[in-house]
Structure formats: C-alpha cells, structure tokens
Design a protein around this ligand. Sequence first.
Ligand code: GAR
Length: 220
Amino acid sequence: MTKLRVAILISGRGSNMKALIDAARDERHPAEIVLVVSNRPDAGGLSIAEASGVKTLTIDHKSFGRGPDGKRLFEAALSEALKAARADLVCLAGFMRLLSAEFVGDWRGRLINIHPSLLPAFKGLDVHEETLRAGVKLAGCTVHFVSPEMDAGPIIGQAAVCVHAADTPDTLAARILEQEHRLYPECVRRIAEGEISLGGDGLVRISQAGGGALSNPAPR
Ligand code: GAR
C-alpha cells in the first residue's frame, strides 16, 4: 500500500501530533508521518516526535525578522522543507501562526487544521472560556481545510461533547481534547483513503456516516 505522506506543523505540546503519529504506527493505517516542523524551538512536541522516531525540524519564525518580509521568508523555508519531505498532506496541530493566502493557496486541498470548538463558533484563542461564557450546552472540535482566515475553511469533520454545569475551561478542554485525538487521525485516514477531498467549488466531498443525536440535557 502506498501511504499518504503527512507532515505535521506544531507550536507547543503536540498531543494531537502524538495522536496522528500513534495512529500511523498501525501498519493498516494509510498515512505515514514523514516530518514534524515546529516554529518554536522549545515546543514540547519536538521531543515526543523524536522519541517516536519521526524526523523533526525547527523553523523559528523569529529568526526571519518581523513584518511581511519575515513572514514571506519563514513560509518559503517552510514550503521548501515540506516539499523536500515530499509531503502530500500538511496537518496543523496546535500551530499558532497565521499562514498567508499565498501559502494556503499553494497547499489548497492539502492543508488541514484542528480547532477545539464547533466551528464557525468560537474561533481564535480562549475558546473554552468563551464557550462557557456563552452558556452553550454542546461543545466540541472541528477538522477543516485551511483558508487564509483564522480557524476557517471547509469543514471535514466534527465531534461534539456535552458541557457540564460544573465545567471549568480546563475540564472542558480535557473532554474536547480526548475527542480531538480521535477525530484528527480519523479524518486523515479518510483523506488518505480518498473518501474526503476538497472540490473545485470549495465544498468538501465526503461520504458521511454520523452517529445518533447528542442532547444536553439528555432526554429521560
Ligand atoms: C489543541 O486543542 C488544538 O485544537 C488547538 O490547540 C491545541 C493544541 O494542543 N488549536 C487551535 O486552537 C487552533 N486555532 P496540542 O499541541 O496538544 O495538540
């Protein structure tokens, strides 16, 4: 089986990266992780990837300077590394840099992200605080193709969890993170198997088999 070559971009602890690496350990998984890139030298995920035997690279955005020139040079270095690794798919996993329209366009249909909310609600940072403040009863996570706007783009998959009355941002984040670790490898698997792709019209082609309804409060 020819496996889909996946690169992962991180900025931090890398738990979603680890979930993608762990899923790829199964020889029946149709994707292999060929590279992990961090834009921060101190990202905790780097040592996890190395311990798993995955090639890592740090491309420190700060070393390219500020402003549009710095961003362009940083993205050029990133593109070069991804092309050298012959990546078919790039997964953002807690990667906290906004990528330019040009970069996103170059990787159209091959660049995906995970975000800890049911998009299009609660984009950006402080997601769990905002989720609790809004009083919604269902929360969750979203995997989507990346568009130039932050946390936007055609949605590939979502997983929902109930918000509990006693939740703090941390307890809610932990419940969602568990689902992130299930959803992200599943979406990658389906992309690798050709079940999911981005059409020319900007819509996601997918054959879905969702579960039943999730209700909070649950019916008695
Ligand atoms: C994850 O919860 C991910 O969904 C979120 O950052 C966390 C990274 O954790 N991403 C975003 O908020 C993107 N806007 P991880 O490094 O342990 O995977």
